[in-house]
Structures are given as structure tokens and as C-alpha cells.
Design a protein around this ligand. Structure first.
Ligand code: SAH
Length: 516
């Protein structure tokens, strides 16, 4: 007669949270195979049973022993905390059997740590969430980091199991660094130790603050999303799929910087340093990571959300003003921002990095297609540092060889490959580049013509001019597109002065107008 193997989940550590099905399984079992700690919670059902308690590291042995007893015809409970199928012993048992197995195997579910810990914090998993175990005993560490990166980018709530052990001290901080690169530093997080056990402890702090904490193997971390809210001692995920572009998480009276540029992010950081709320809007995830790094106190909003949404979002969020610090060539977004500010009556300032004067032997052109024509007549191995948007206009001409230097974002690499430039002719690296770096790369690649844009000093133009002159390589510079801005400055100090005077005006208006 084949026996029965019950894979029994006993929850977080309180007798009250053991399901009736689990209790029944324990009651009918002759043999219980467990880890010592769990025996305390299931004590009421142990009387008269044969008990086998194996230490923490011997999971495989516990599973094998339980299976062996059941195969001998006995009724057995193999016990696991939380849910036996979640980082538990159930998968081990299934690895040990074949389709011909005659033992009656029953899996009895339980309350996993994600859920017990979340309940002590409020309802932080009210929406989509993922779990990640930080133990590298069963999974190579690079995989854990790789998954953490993808999860960090997906704005899901995240539950971290097996957070820190005596032997594994650093891992959790590396994971937090990855999360900090992709999520707002002020994201709400919960720490739960020993949920539903005697010395239970919970705490709430920001993602940034988690970095200075110590944990152990009795701890679970819940990392919120940008929507996670705190009310007193509770964390929760607002309900519903609507309103993903809501203003709830955006500070009121903020200056909205549109950047995607190093100098734009620096401006936002200076403004944030004056305790003025700032929001940075960027097109790509790569841009968002850069913005968070250079202006950690700003709220970063990545994505091309479009004119309609922005026209609604900016007034809804009670933005104070818009600073357009996008790249001099990003004319579509610049034009869009002028239209939005005019329509919504928002103060608008264009900050554009100064142009760099061009020496006489530089070939200045007005358009990308002019640059492409002249370059194909001038050189055979042509270096492009024009940004990925325009690559296709060059590579359409296959009579010469094109080389490109691009920003190291996945999106820009994909676009470069799609333009037909082969991997050995792509340099994906974050600038700015020195004269020497330019010279070395161009010499190695045998470059005989360089095309760039008048992206100013912040875009590394002077170093490109100097390198091209030293190597006697013709340099083609595409001039900035002509744009007319109602309010334009090239000076960073002027931006800050403008913001400060706006703030003063708003305060004055608020004090003289009782309706405000
Ligand atoms: N099968 C278990 C998980 C085993 S992995 C379950 O479903 O819950 C062990 C990890 O779970 C621990 O390192 C800790 O991160 C988490 N954990 C389990 N019980 C917990 C509790 N009572 N309080 C906090 N964390 C717990």
C-alpha cells in the first residue's frame, strides 16, 4: 500500500495562522519531518507522533527522509514555514519523484512571508508585486542582481526574502543600490522581523534610509513603488489601475525641469539644494538613471508621455514653472513645452547651454542631410557623434563606412544596430570625452571625417575640435536649429534667480489674496 506525503505549510510562526487543512494533515500523520523551530508552532498536533527534526541546512535530507517514509506506506507530514511551495521544500520533493510515483502527495498551502509581513505593514501589496530571494545558495549571484535590475525598472512592489545572513553581508546593499538607481529615493519601504512570532518588530523607512540598516535571516523587506503611500504606521498601495499618471506622488509647487542633459540635471540639483521641490522629466530610462544620480532629491518621471497628458498633468500637479533644459537639438520637445505653457498659463524658461565659437577650418552646415552629403565626399571612414536619432540619415549611404559613438543606454544601442552600424564600429560610452580620448579612438578606427552637432561645451565640442585639428581630420558641425523662445537664457545663475523670484511672487500673491 502506498503511503501519503503531506507537504504542510504552517505559516509565519503562530499557531493561529495554521490552516485547518494543515492541522488535519498533521493530525492524521504518523510521522512528522521538520526543522526544530517549526515544532513549537505545531506542538498541539504532535502528541504520540514519530518526529524527525533535521537542522536548517539539510533541506534535501528532510525531503528525502519524508518521501522514504511515505514510500514505505506511512502517512507523513513534511513541514515548512510560510508556504511550502515558496522558497520551500515542495519543489525538492517533486525533483525526487517521477511520473510513476504511487505515493499520494498532497500540498497544503500556507501564508507566505510576503503576505504575513505585508499585513503587519498595512497593505503594501495591494497591487502587482514580485518576490526575490537574495540567497545565492541555490541561485548564482549575478542572476539575482540581473533580476533585481529588471524588477527595479518594473515599478512593482517588491518583497525581498533571505535578506542578509552572517555569511552574506554585502548582497542586500548591492541590491539596494540597483533599486536606488531606478526608483525614487523617497520610496516607502517596510522592514519586518519575526512576523507573528514572539519578538516581532516592524519599521517603515525610505529606500534611501534602508541602506544604513542591518538585517538578518529572520527579516523580510517590502519595497514600495512610486505610488506607495504612508498613513501613520501603515503603508499601502492605492487601489485601482486608473490614474497611473496621477499627481498624488508629485510635490505641489515644484519646478519641472525637462532635461536628458547633464547640465539640465545639474540645474535641477542646484534648485533642489535650495529646498525647492523639483521634478525632472526625461524621455528614456537611461536618462532617468542619470537624472537620479545627478539630482537624487528630485522626483524623476521617465517616458514620452505626450503633449495631451502633460497639458493635464502640469496644472493638476500644481507645477510652479517649467524649465526647458533639453538638448539644443531636441526641438520637438522644446516646441511642445512652449505650447503647453502657453495653453496652461505656466511660467516657462528655456535654458540653453552656450554655443561654442567655431574655428575657420570647421565645416558648418545647417542640416543633417547636408552633413551626410559633404561627409561622403570628404571621407571614407566617418565618425558620427550626432546622437542616435539621425543615424539612419547617414547610413542610407553605403559607399562609405560609418562609425558611431552613442550613450550606453539599451534603447540607443538598439537604434544604432537597427541603423545598420555593426558592433565593431560602435562605441557606447557616457561622455564627456577629452581631446585625448577622441584622438585615440579616431586613430584606432582610422577615421578620416568627423560629424558632430553644435552641442556646446557641455556636449564636449571643444575637445572634438581640438582633436580633429591635432589629427588634421575634417570636422563637420551641424548648427543648432533656429528656435525662438519667449524667455531664453544661457546662464545657470539666471535660471536660479528666475526661480527664486517666481517663488517670492507666489508667496506674495498668497499673502495678499485670501482665496489662495
Ligand atoms: N517558505 C517560506 C520562505 C522561506 S525563505 C515562506 O513562504 O514564508 C526564508 C525567508 O523567509 C527568511 O529569510 C525571511 O526573509 C522570510 N520569512 C519567513 N518567515 C518570516 C517571518 N515570520 N517574518 C519575517 N520574515 C520571514
Amino acid at each position: 500500500m502506498p503511503g501519503q506525503l503531506n507537504l504542510v505549510s504552517v505559516g509565519p510562526g503562530s499557531t493561529d495562522l495554521i490552516a485547518p487543512l494543515a492541522r488535519a494533515a498533521l493530525e492524521r500523520s504518523e510521522v512528522v519531518v521538520s526543522y526544530g523551530l517549526y515544532l513549537k508552532w505545531i506542538e498541539p498536533w504532535l502528541e504520540g507522533k514519530e518526529i524527525h527534526s533535521l537542522p536548517l541546512t539539510q533541506e534535501r535530507e528532510r525531503a528525502a527522509l519524508a518521501l522514504q517514509f511515505a514510500r514505505e506506506g506511512r502517512t507523513v507530514s513534511l513541514v515548512s514555514s510560510g508556504d511550502i511551495g515558496v522558497y520551500g521544500l515542495a519543489p525538492l520533493v517533486f525533483e525526487m519523484i517521477t511520473a510513476e510515483e504511487t505515493t499520494d502527495i498532497q500540498v497544503i498551502p500556507g501564508i507566505t512571508a510576503a503576505l504575513s509581513c505585508a499585513s503587519l505593514l498595512g497593505a503594501p501589496l495591494g497591487h502587482d508585486f514580485a518576490t526575490l530571494s537574495l540567497s545565492d545558495l541555490l541561485c548564482p549571484w549575478p542572476w539575482i542582481e540581473g533580476r533585481a535590475l529588471l524588477l527595479a525598472k518594473a515599478d512593482l512592489a517588491l518583497v525581498l526574502y533571505n535578506v542578509q545572513s552572517e555569511a552574506r553581508q554585502d548582497g542586500v546593499y548591492r541590491i539596494l543600490d540597483i533599486l536606488l538607481k531606478h526608483r525614487p529615493h523617497q520610496t516607502w519601504c517596510g522592514i519586518v522581523r519575526n512576523a507573528y512570532r514572539e519578538d516581532v518588530a516592524t519599521d517603515i523607512c525610505t529606500l534611501e534610509e534602508l541602506k544604513s540598516r542591518k538585517f538578518d535571516m529572520l527579516t523580510t523587506l517590502v519595497i514600495g513603488t512610486r505610488f506607495t503611500k504612508r498613513t501613520g504606521r501603515f503603508l499601502f498601495a492605492p487601489r485601482g489601475y486608473h490614474g497611473w499618471e496621477t499627481t498624488e506622488t508629485l510635490p505641489e509647487g515644484a519646478i519641472w525641469f525637462f532635461t536628458g542633459t547633464r547640465d539640465g540635471n545639474a540645474l535641477a540639483a542646484e534648485c533642489a539644494a535650495l529646498d525647492i521641490p523639483t521634478v525632472i522629466s526625461v524621455a528614456t530610462e537611461y536618462g532617468a538613471a542619470q537624472a537620479r544620480r545627478h539630482s537624487p532629491r528630485s522626483i524623476v518621471l521617465p517616458g514620452r508621455i505626450g503633449e495631451k497628458t502633460r497639458t493635464r498633468l502640469l496644472p493638476d500637479a500644481k507645477a510652479l514653472a517649467v524649465v526647458d533644459a533639453t538638448h539644443p537639438f531636441a526641438t520637438l520637445i522644446s516646441a511642445q513645452l512652449m505650447r503647453i505653457c502657453a495653453a496652461t498659463n505656466l511660467p516657462h524658461l528655456r535654458y540653453e547651454r552656450p554655443s561654442h565659437p567655431l574655428p575657420e577650418n570647421v565645416i558648418a552646415v545647417e542640416t543633417i542631410s547636408q552633413a551626410a552629403l559633404i561627409a561622403a565626399k570628404t571621407g571614407k571612414r566617418i565618425f558620427l557623434s550626432t546622437g542616435v536619432k539621425d543615424l539612419q540619415s547617414f547610413t542610407a549611404n553605403e559607399t562609405v563606412e560609418w562609425f558611431a559613438r552613442i550613450t550606453p543606454g539599451a534603447d540607443s544601442l538598439e537604434r544604432t544596430l537597427a541603423s545598420g552600424i555593426i558592433p565593431s564600429r560602435i562605441c557606447a560610452m557616457q561622455g564627456p570625452f577629452s581631446k585625448r580620448a577622441n584622438e585615440t579612438l579616431w586613430l584606432d578606427w582610422g577615421i578620416d571625417c568627423v560629424i558632430t552637432k553644435d552641442s556646446g561645451e557641455a556636449g564636449g565640442l571643444p575637445a572634438k575640435i581640438a582633436a580633429a585639428q591635432a589629427l588634421h581630420i575634417p570636422l563637420i558641425v551641424v548648427n543648432r536649429p533656429a528656435m525662438t523662445y519667449p524667455h531664453l537664457t544661457h546662464k545657470t545663475e539666471a535660471v536660479l534667480d528666475w526661480i527664486l523670484s517666481l517663488q517670492k511672487d507666489t508667496l506674495k500673491a498668497a499673502s495678499t489674496n485670501p482665496d489662495l
